[in-house]
Structure formats: C-alpha cells, structure tokens
Ligand binder design. Structure first.
Ligand SMILES: C[S@@+](CC[C@H](N)C(=O)[O-])C[C@H]1O[C@@H](n2cnc3c(N)ncnc32)[C@H](O)[C@@H]1O
Length: 369
C-alpha cells in the first residue's frame, strides 16, 4: 500500500465515487474540499492516472508535518532532491489559501540559498502550478504540494497530472463529431466506466460518436456500442480507426445499429452510457417545452429498462441522463427514475455533473440488481 494525495476535478463527489469503485481496497486517510488522501494497493503512475477522469493531479505522500514547520519540511525534501545542478521546483497548496504561497516560496528561496542549493521556483505570480507548467518541469525538476485538512498538514510529490492535450485531442480532433447530437467529454466517459467497477465487456446502447467506446478501449475494456442511428454508428467506426492510429488503441470495438429498447443477443458484463439528452446543452428551455421533451425521454428510458428487465439483465448499469435548469433556476429531473426503481433496479448513486450556465445538465445514476 502507498499513500497518495489526489486532487479532485470539478465534481468532487463524483471523483470520490470513481475512486472508491475503481480501487475497492482504498483506505481513506484525510479529505479536504479539493483533495483526498488515500492508501492504495495500486501504484499511481502517469499511465494509471490517465484512466481516472475525475482527478487533476496525483502526488505521492512524503511526510506529515506540523503546520508551523512546513517550510523546514519542504526545504528538507528539496535538499534531498538536489544534485549539484540548478533545481527547478514548483509548489501548490490545497486546503489552504493560495496567498500563503508568496511568503512560503520567498522563505524557501532564502533558506535554500543559505544552504548552497542552486534553485528556482517556477510558480507564476505566486499561483499554484498548472498542468502545462508541470509538463515543463517534469524532466528536470519536481512539483511539491502541501495539503491541509483539519489541522493535519501533508507534503507530497506530484507523480501524475491530467493530460489536457490528449483529452482535448480526443474530444475535438476526432473525425466524426456532431454538436446537434451532443457528445460527452472523454473525462466523463472514463468516470462512467470506472463507476461500473467492471474491467470486462461493456455495452454502450446509445453510443453516438463513440466517446465512451473510445475511452473504454484505451482503458483495456472490451467494448460493444450500438445506436439507433446508422450514421452515428458509421461515424463512431471512423472515430475508432482514428483512435487506433493516433492513440495506439490495440483492440477493436463491436459497433452496430440497434434500437436500445429491443433485446440484444450479445453478452456483456456492464452497461455504461450517456443517453439522449433531448436538446443540446447550451439551449435554454421554457417550461411548456420541457413537458414535451421530458415525456419523450421518460418513455424512451422506461422502454429501455423494461427491455433490460425482460432480458434478465443483472449487471451494473451506469448512465448519464439529463436534468433541466429552467429560467427561474428550478432544476427538474426525469420522472422515469421512480418507474425504473419500481421495476426492481436499485439506485445506489445519484450525482449531478454540469456547469453553472448549462440549461441541460447530466445526472449520473448507477443501478445494481
Ligand atoms: C447524446 S447522444 C450520445 C452521445 C455519445 N455519448 C457521444 O459522446 O457521442 C444520444 C444517442 O442516443 C441515440 N438514440 C436515441 N434513441 C435511441 C434508441 N431508442 N436506441 C438506440 N439509440 C438511441 C441517438 O441516436 C444518439 O446518438
């Protein structure tokens, strides 16, 4: 077991659920608003971290110090890393004000100089280190972090940072995209897959452009994708060919046209999908429109789950379904969830994923038998 500090993305509760499902033997050591400290039996390197959609940084915990001895603790760590040539370092603080960076960095500079350590901090304007800055020091320097939770102060060394360039390339550069259909961010696709807790054969019954299929292949899962729209299936196939070329994904996915409300003959170990959201995210909705949109979607998902029931489906089902933000700020979820629960599907996760301005957000549900 090693102790890691993981920094949450924008949806901490979802990140935590992802962590707990992917690493069921985790031990929680401490938690703050934007980070968690955990013991894990899996070692976190960049390759492992690339499969976690809910986190932005991972650090190996080095030591716990008294709050007033943070500077001394950091000097010790930096000194032990020094190898006679100039040492570049960055420092980020979580669970404490970023304003504390200025006095801390200036103190470190003075102390290291007095100790004969040639060093340079790369923090810009005394702000936390960004993913891009981390990339620039990874080869020749280190990024340290200090986290503070309920009076406990822990120093860690960054071992992995989210690869924003790779996420953005998969999101924006794939050959088939459709804003009208709406696509989910690759990070969310990873979270949904991790929330199944399954490494086997995963079915996305509403696969669209294949975002979840692409992420599943890169995570080493066997993927089946279907969609009622043949054009989307053809587009998803093109995206997989592109993924293999650009990201070296080694296996293929099974992709075919299929109405998700009809029985499927293929075997699978879990279902993960983003369903039809009704309208694109940025489109605002009036209450009278909502009734029509929600009615259609309720019917679709009731038919889909009834079909799963008829198929005697007993696997974990993780899905992103829409919720709607009205002009008056009220948030409305689909009614079908109650019907689905009445069918016997037990809901054990219910968390929102959205940005403030979005008229259509997503609710992430997990059902188990
Ligand atoms: C929001 S899109 C999914 C987008 C996908 N997650 C992505 O990132 O590309 C919803 C998809 O559900 C499909 N769909 C709608 N009704 C369906 C049904 N009854 N059976 C299968 N697919 C359906 C639509 O064709 C559309 O591609």
């Amino acid at each position: 077991m090693s102790t890691y500090i993981l920094i949450f993305g924008n949806h901490p509760e979802l990140s935590l659920a992802e962590l707990k499902t992917r690493y069921p033997d985790y031990k929680l050591r401490a938690q703050g608003d934007d980070f968690v400290v955990v013991d894990l039996s899996t070692s976190i390197d960049q390759a492992e971290f690339n499969q976690l959609g809910g986190f932005i940084k991972a650090a190996e915990s080095i030591k716990e110090v008294k709050k007033e001895a943070v500077a001394e603790g950091l000097v010790d760590v930096l000194r032990s890393h020094y190898q006679d040539s100039k040492l570049d370092y960055g420092l980020s603080l979580y669970g404490m004000s970023e304003k504390q960076l200025r006095p801390l960095l200036l103190k470190l500079k003075k102390r290291l100089k007095a100790d004969g350590v040639k060093s340079r901090f790369i923090n810009k304007d005394f702000k936390n280190i960004s993913s891009a800055q981390y990339k620039s020091i990874r080869q020749k320097g280190i990024e340290l972090i200090v986290v503070n939770s309920k009076g406990r102060t822990i120093i860690g060394r960054i071992v992995a940072v989210q690869n924003i360039d790779a996420y953005s390339k998969r999101d924006y550069d794939k050959p088939f995209r459709s804003m009208q259909m709406g696509m989910m961010p690759p990070k969310l696709a990873q979270i949904l897959i991790n929330l199944t807790g399954i490494k086997g054969r995963i079915w996305d019954p509403f696969c669209g452009s294949g975002t979840l299929i692409m992420e599943g292949l890169l995570m080493g899962c066997e993927m089946i994708g279907s969609d009622i729209n043949l054009k989307h299936i053809e587009g998803a196939k093109r995206n997989i060919v592109w993924l293999k070329k650009e990201f070296g994904a080694s296996s293929d996915a099974k992709l075919f046209a299929h109405d998700a409300t009809k029985p499927l003959e293929e075997p699978f170990d879990a279902i993960a999908f983003e369903g039809d959201l009704g309208v694109p995210h940025n489109q605002s909705i009036k209450s009278d429109q909502l009734e029509v949109i929600a009615k259609g979607l309720d019917e679709l998902y009731i038919c889909f789950f009834e079909n799963l029931k008829a198929m005697r489906c007993k696997v974990p089902i993780v899905c992103a379904l829409p919720f709607f933000r009205l002009h008056n700020g009220r948030e409305v979820e689909l009614n079908c969830i109650h019907e689905i629960e009445k069918m016997g599907f037990k809901k054990n996760l219910h968390l929102k994923y959205s940005r403030e301005h979005q008229a259509v957000g997503r609710v992430i549900y997990r059902f188990i038998d």
